[in-house]
Design a protein around this ligand. Sequence first.
Ligand SMILES: NC(=O)c1ccc[n+]([C@@H]2O[C@H](COP(=O)([O-])OP(=O)(O)OC[C@H]3O[C@@H](n4cnc5c(N)ncnc54)[C@H](O)[C@@H]3O)[C@@H](O)[C@H]2O)c1
Length: 435
Amino acid sequence: MSQTHTLLSKIQNRTANVVVIGAGYVGLPLLVELAREGYTTTGYDKDPEKVRLLGRGESYIGDIPTSTLKPLVESGKLKASTDPDVLRAADAIIVCVPTPLNKTKEPDMRFIVSATSEIAAAQHKDMLVVLESTTYPGTTREVLIPKLTNGYELGKDIFIAFSPERVDPGNANWGIKNTPKVLGGATPGCLEVACSLYGSIINTIVPVSSTDAAEMVKLLENTFRAVNIGLVNEVAMMSRKLGIDVWEVINAASSKPFGFMKFLPGPGLGGHCIPIDPLYLSWRMRTLKYEARFIELADAINSNMPREVTVLVQEALNQRKKAVNGTRILVSGVAYKRDVSDFRESPAFDVISLLEKLGAHVDYLDPHVPEVDEGDVKLKSVPENVAFGEYDAVVIVTDHQTIDYTRMLREAKLIVDTRDALRKVPGDKKNVVRL
Ligand SMILES: NC(=O)c1ccc[n+]([C@@H]2O[C@H](COP(=O)([O-])OP(=O)(O)OC[C@H]3O[C@@H](n4cnc5c(N)ncnc54)[C@H](O)[C@@H]3O)[C@@H](O)[C@H]2O)c1
């Protein structure tokens, strides 16, 4: 039997042993789906705390309830380890490690490189390796394939593919199973094996012709979002100068049933994807002496939004004959988006730092984020029953649904609303300033 057939039959009869490297926001839901389907799975992670919790069946990711995880762990279908030796017994390895930017906003490839080296050290014939981490086009071909084909023939002994993750944390409608999955193989044989594994847990597979194309798909998706958010942020700035309510304009434009897609302005981009991924593409293009102008412009506009919010606060206080210096300001919501606890890259921290630099005393309220230690900002959330009236201004940065906006509107002396969170809240809006 050829290697492909052995591996394919292990996938088909669910005896394949699957290891996911990086059991985070992307890796853990994937492990759960694979274990549910009957595969024996292991989450290999460098973080001992995650591995300890996972080993006990306790979830640390909002979208995965412990009640889902625990039975899979107790049945032995889902294990966790910090030991790279688990890779030796793997038939399939899926890499979901972080791909951040370094201080100069260039790709930080350390995690992909080290995961690839660990796979190479544990490699054997008849293995599928799929990279899911978002990265620049060419990564699978240039970083993974050379390291994993030493003495192994691609598409015969080793099968390599790229599949961009499309996890949308907090989205109850679209999960792993019903979100179509794009897959690009290094060879047609690699694609066939990867499609077989993913096709067993996902309803719709969208094959593309190469790993480069699959990598580019993800960057198009996230660049599309970053550019459109940059556009509406600029429209918000222009509308403010024109004395027009940008939210009214966007809502009205959204009534067009074709040719328009609704994006909303806000205090800036956050999370591990939209602010970062497009810069992987612009970095790649710079190496080819091409300037990715849309990406750079959107990044400049979006990165400046926390400063625009600070100006809004300054102007609103000024109208009340107050300086930022010495005032008490409450930032409402520090997670990067509504109803989640993830605060990576959240613009809230830039807003807080900028206000503190101007001399404000800043507290924050976020029921999903009890405390933060991010750069200059080391704070604990105030309780939900906080007296809004004790602050000179409340700045809504993240519009979590559980916050009592009716009470906020009643009590706060001034509210700077960067999300239009108060539009539908009944009450007098004379103390509300919107982006
Ligand atoms: N979070 C999202 O919503 C999302 C959505 C789509 C794509 N992505 C992409 O998926 C990738 C992973 O993102 P995430 O949000 O899951 O990150 P995460 O930080 O939640 O999880 C990554 C995990 O990898 C572990 N890790 C790092 N290097 C390792 C190594 N060499 N061996 C073992 N474990 C290692 C870390 O300890 C961490 O637990 C990124 O490229 C990201 O851009 C994320």
